[in-house]
Ligand binder design. Structure first.
Ligand code: NAD
Ligand code: TDX
Length: 346
């Protein structure tokens, strides 16, 4: 197993990247130093790294598109794990430009530097690159038959500017592996939930709506299915792939957590003591993907990974508790996030 002493985590001040940084600090003392390279966009927050040892975790505020800065940092590192991205589908439908810049151009800058200094690269991606799947009730194998979940060799069919930009970045990484011998792996994960997720996203938006006396908002029919995984299970999987994965390979990360949006919202309402009908149906997302579902067999069998948080109700309750007890973390932004949604009819 390779030893990585100096790791760069790009986007490490965001939701999932900061979870990975905390995971390494708590579980892998052999990592001597973590450089978080983060632009601190609206989604990045230094508070996500609060309490971590300063001698071990250094935040460099900067852009992954800045070639000089990236070169300077990468030449001193053993590995780069790239979480930095514009990550919200709804924003990409309003203005795709930053998605093209950060997700595609930024990834290219990082893989060029890793190629130049022969540094191990791991690319964080999403199941959305595979497009969407029919709902279970419309499938002969009821969602579990061959081809009824995403597998690593499924064709790329991204739907939104966000998922198209992530798909492009995956393709660039694959090309750099094949053409230039870049030592890279890719992981495509399903929908994450847990503490520190930005309140623009589905689950924290509804929790913080209820805490603010605003009715939750469900897009369209609410029948769209997402495959939920706790972010700490994602972090454990990424570490496993970084240290034991095969160069050039793609691993899908998912915890068999399929639920439609209506079911998730019903559970949030129940756990927060609200009536089951205390929500609004709002305008659907254009091009809204119907169903995501991950087949994580490769990760489970080849790398021995298993999710630890398999009780969604319990994971959601803990997430609700976190947003309830950390209102200072999200309160200042709430009005602006909701005003933006309102402008969009959502
Ligand atoms: P996030 O929006 O919470 O965090 C993104 C972070 O990247 C922020 O800290 C932001 O400041 C930083 N960033 C943005 N542009 C940057 C730039 N140009 N240079 C440096 N830093 C920049 O996103 P997230 O939900 O934590 O997602 C992280 C990664 O995981 C993304 O690549 C996303 O595509 C992927 N992913 C997310 C999910 C999910 O459910 N949230 C699922 C699968 C994959
Ligand atoms: O208010 C809402 N009401 C609603 O019904 C919001 C914000 C969302 N939704 C629906 C849309 C989706 O079907 O909930 C579902 C989840 O929405 P998001 O939280 O925006 O996530 P999604 O679009 O599925 O993408 C997420 O998972 C894959 C992450 O944001 C991506 O970064 C990741 O790649």
């Amino acid at each position: 197993m390779p030893k990585f002493r100096n790791i760069i985590v790009t986007g490490g001040a965001g939701f999932i990247g900061s979870n990975f940084v905390r995971y390494i600090v708590a579980n892998h003392p052999e990592v001597a130093h973590i450089t978080v390279l983060d632009k601190l966009t609206y989604a990045g927050n230094p508070a996500n790294l609060a309490g971590l040892p300063k001698e071990k975790v250094q935040l460099v505020v900067g852009d992954i598109c800045d070639q000089d800065l990236v070169d300077q940092l990468v030449q001193k590192a053993d590995a780069v794990v790239n979480y930095a991205a514009e990550s919200h589908n709804d924003n990409s439908l309003i203005d795709p430009a930053p998605f093209i810049q950060t997700n595609i151009v930024g990834t290219t800058v990082l893989i060029n530097a890793c190629r130049k200094y022969d540094v191990r690269y791991h690319h964080i991606s999403t199941d959305e690159v595979y497009g969407d799947l029919p709902l279970r009730e419309n499938l002969p194998g009821h969602g579990d038959g061959p081809g009824e979940k995403f597998t690593p060799d499924a064709p790329y069919r991204p739907s939104s500017p966000y998922s198209a930009s992530k798909a492009s970045s995956d393709m660039l990484v694959r090309a750099w592996v094949r053409s230039f011998g870049l030592r890279a792996t890719i992981s495509n994960c399903s929908n994450n939930y847990g503490p520190y997720q930005h309140i623009e996203k589905f689950i924290p938006r509804q929790i913080t709506n209820i805490l603010s006396g605003i009715r939750p908002k469900l897009y369209g029919t609410g029948k769209n299915v997402r495959d939920w995984i706790h972010t700490s299970d994602h972090s454990r999987a990424v570490w496993q792939i970084l240290t034991a994965g095969k160069i050039g390979e793609t691993y899908l990360i998912g915890a068999d957590g399929e639920k439609n949006n209506q079911e998730v919202l019903a559970l949030i309402l129940e756990l927060m003591g609200q009536p089951g009908d205390a929500y609004d149906h709002v305008k659907d997302r254009p091009g809204h993907d119907l169903r995501y579902a991950i087949d994580a067999t490769k990760l489970r069998t080849e790398l021995g990974w298993r999710p630890m948080i398999t009780d969604f109700r319990q994971g959601l309750q803990q997430t609700i508790n976190w947003y309830s007890t950390h209102q200072d973390w999200w309160r200042d932004e709430k009005a602006a996030v909701e005003a933006r949604y309102r402008q969009n009819g959502q």
